[in-house]
Design a protein around this ligand. Structure first.
Ligand SMILES: [Zn+2]
Ligand SMILES: [Zn+2]
Length: 134
């Protein structure tokens, strides 16, 4: 089954041909600012994601010190992906899926920064910041 999605105005579209590696919610400040609440993202292999349409990028510095690049539609502003955390892996914004039920959240990260009005979902593993590596 093809996994497809796109931005609000429809000028940016994508097709995902590889299965998602994992998915979850991020409550970091940068995601809060960009999304207006928290981000729901699925990690996908960059090679398995084909994006069409013009996009723009905005870079911030992640906790690791490496840049995090957020890719969005310049027409409607919808966030599409972020990348930079792991080589060859991009975080696809699950809310842009044509069928949002294709997203299976498995964990919450940076929950120490969640505002009181947006508590992490009960029942999901929650990490105060990034999960321990390895
Ligand atoms: Zn758009
Ligand atoms: Zn985040």
């Amino acid at each position: 089954m093809a996994v497809t999605g796109g931005c609000l105005c429809g000028k940016v579209r994508y097709e995902l041909t590889a299965p998602a590696l994992f998915g979850g919610f991020c409550y970091c400040v940068d995601c809060r600012k960009q999304s207006g609440s928290h981000s729901a993202s699925m990690a996908v292999p960059e090679a398995g994601l084909k994006i069409s349409g013009e996009t723009r990028e905005f870079a911030t510095k992640g906790d690791s010190g490496n840049p995090v690049i957020r890719v969005f539609c310049p027409n409607c502003g919808s966030a599409i992906i972020s990348k930079g955390g792991r080589a060859g892996v991009v975080m696809l914004k699950a809310g842009t899926l044509d069928d949002p039920e294709q997203f299976k959240p498995a964990a919450s990260i940076y929950v120490s920064r969640a505002p009181s009005w947006d508590p992490p979902r009960p029942g999901l593993p929650a990490f105060p910041e990034m999960p321990p590596q390895g």
